[in-house]
Ligand binder design. Structure first.
Ligand code: SAM
Length: 263
């Protein structure tokens, strides 16, 4: 009975994706490979959240101080574009499912502005709050955003991914609807050298280390990588140590973001 239920859940969750080969490798990794390794007793890697939070808390400064350190003016997109945000909030309200919410949009928007960016990559779209903030800045320079997002399979979120982004901002926006492992190589090929990257998708340590590396290699000299939720585990710290660069760590509403500038 247990195996029958497990098989039924698998089929029920994934049948809408039978015709979407871009997500097959992610399904394989997330479900099949994990179930098999659990069956053979391989444990999931333990998380090191407490140590990561301590490391972040020790380094953390405010959004304003971080932007001052980078010589960038503070700009809150919500106060600059109130109507766009009112409509975006309505769009989120009309969305029938609950997805991951917005991060530090003032930080993101200000950095894209400060860089005068024309090309960026982000991982993790969900409603599209970070995409909205980024595109509002990029549109001024006809810049392009390349996003990678794996839908929440169980929520059937595909049709709602990016729903807060108005149609007028979508012209220069390309979304790869698959996991980072498949989407990031495509996005970096399409984008070429980028001014910035925003990481907000796979929060596991191996996922972060792999994704940061790809983004770092695509970044131009002087460009920035911003990562959300770096207090979840020590993935960001490990990457900083690997490349030997001191990050700027920002605390905003109890959550930590990390910023790295490429020399
Ligand atoms: C926290 S939400 C992103 C929020 C978004 N940046 C914003 O500010 O509105 C995380 C998103 O990453 C997606 N995601 C999770 N794992 C992923 C992976 N391995 N590759 C790509 N996207 C992934 C989730 O489905 C979700 O849409």
């Amino acid at each position: 009975m247990r195996y029958f239920r497990a098989a039924f859940n698998l089929v029920y969750t994934y049948y809408p994706y039978l015709l979407k080969p871009a997500v097959w490798p992610a399904i394989w990794r997330m479900e099949i490979a994990e179930r098999v390794s659990r069956l053979f007793g391989k444990q999931k890697p333990s998380r090191t959240a407490d140590a990561a939070v301590d490391w972040c808390a020790h380094l953390a400064i405010s959004t304003e101080d971080a932007l001052a350190e980078l010589n960038v003016a503070v700009a809150n997109p919500e106060t600059i574009y109130p109507e766009v945000f009112d409509q975006a909030k309505q769009a989120e309200g009309n969305c029938p499912i609950k997805m991951g919410g917005a991060g530090n949009l003032t930080l993101l928007y200000s950095l894209v502005e400060g860089l005068n960016a024309t090309r960026g990559i982000e991982t993790g779209v969900a409603y599209g709050w970070s995409s909205l903030a980024t595109l509002l800045s990029l549109q001024k320079r006809q810049g392009q955003l390349f996003s990678v997002d794996l839908p929440y399979f169980k929520l059937r979120s595909d049709n709602w991914v990016g729903c807060v982004v108005p149609s007028g901002l979508r012209g220069n926006w390309q979304i790869y609807r698959c996991a980072d492992r498949e989407g990031l190589p495509q996005a970096t090929r399409a984008a070429g050298s980028i001014d910035f990257a925003h990481y907000d998708s796979d929060k596991s340590v191996p996922g972060r280390l792999w994704g940061y590396d790809v983004l770092w290699n695509a970044l131009r000299s002087g460009g920035l990588v911003v990562s959300d939720d770096i207090g979840d585990n020590d993935g960001f710290q490990q990457f900083c140590e690997k490349i030997g660069i001191a990050p700027i760590v920002v605390v905003d509403q109890g959550k930590y973001q990390g910023i790295l500038r490429k020399p």
